[in-house]
Design a protein around this ligand. Structure first.
Ligand code: GLN
Length: 296
């Protein structure tokens, strides 16, 4: 049940009550969820909450907290309630057309940066299915002379991506375009990155409600075997070798069990090299592909 918050209740007591109600509901991250939501609902910084924890919630604070608690208890993820999340240490606004950025996806950024270790080297990047723009913006943030395109089919995502690029100080080096995978692009790009939808359609119903009910289906659904987006991307690059510059590479996020399938797809599409990398949990999470020189 959603806890009640009287306006006279102190912020500290309200936070305790929120934690208890989340624990009672069996939320695995009760404490962290409660803290994030309380800070957001009350419009406080962590320092404000520490220093002024005995202040009363007030009418507006109590109402906001009630609303946030009810939404979380109904299964909405904290990131959706806040409307923003952190990725690569940077803030990202979210919208209905964007996934909540996952920490796993930072392995894509790391793999891409390892390919181009010089901070100042000019680079041309494209992020396919950019969503919130998190991969692109993180890369532009780390490579001062890189220019990048965030591509998405969803107009709503493009507006969010643009806003995130601007908020993180890379708006002048980012363009956001509406499109489907590599159709209508010319290149050449030094890096093609993507966290495409890769969940097999039949598996989506088994995902946690936070994902299944609140992340956009188009960002999850990879078709019958989960590999549709990879087939489109790999055949796009194979058919138009000019899309990648000499020395260019693709860095793609994959599902934990998709490395063998991706390696096979890449071989069939004529890529010379496929390297698989892991996320922090030790799962296969990213594949780096280079085209064969013969096809160029
Ligand atoms: N990693 C996401 C999840 O587990 C899936 C994102 C995707 O399909 N690209 O929900």
């Amino acid at each position: 049940m959603s806890p009640d918050f009287a306006p006279a209740l102190s912020r500290d007591a309200a936070l305790r009550r929120l934690v208890q109600s989340f624990e009672a509901a069996g939320l695995p991250e009760a404490r962290t969820d409660a803290r994030f939501l309380a800070l957001h609902a009350l419009g406080l910084s962590p320092l404000d909450l520490t220093l002024r924890g005995r202040d009363p919630l007030g009418e507006a604070g109590a109402g906001a907290l009630r609303g946030a608690a009810a939404r979380r208890l109904a299964g909405e993820p904290v990131a959706r309630i806040i409307g923003a999340w952190e990725f690569w240490g940077l803030p990202f606004a979210l919208g209905p057309d964007t996934l909540v950025p996952r920490p796993d996806t930072e392995s894509v950024v790391e793999a891409a940066l390892r390919l181009f270790p010089e901070r100042d080297r000019p680079l041309r990047l494209i992020d396919l299915g950019t969503g919130s723009g998190c991969i692109l913006v993180a890369l532009l943030h780390e490579r001062a002379n890189a220019f990048g395109i965030g591509l998405d089919r969803a107009q709503g995502a493009l507006a969010v991506g643009r806003r995130n690029a601007e908020a993180n100080g890379v708006g002048d080096r980012a363009a956001f375009l509406c499109g489907s995978w590599l159709e209508a692009l010319t290149g050449p790009f030094d890096l093609i990155v993507s966290n495409p939808p890769y969940i097999a359609a039949s598996v989506i119903a088994t995902l946690q409600p936070e994902v299944r009910l609140h992340d956009p289906r188009a960002a999850l659904d990879g078709g019958e075997d989960g590999l549709d987006a990879y087939r489109a991307i790999l055949s796009g690059v194979a058919q138009r070798p000019g899309l990648l510059s000499a020395g260019g590479a693709l860095v793609l996020e994959i599902g934990y069990d998709q490395a063998p399938a991706l390696t096979r797809l890449a071989q069939t599409a004529g890529f010379a090299e496929a390297r698989v990398g892991r996320d922090l949990a030790g799962n296969d999470r990213v594949v780096t592909l280079r085209p064969s020189l013969a096809g160029r």
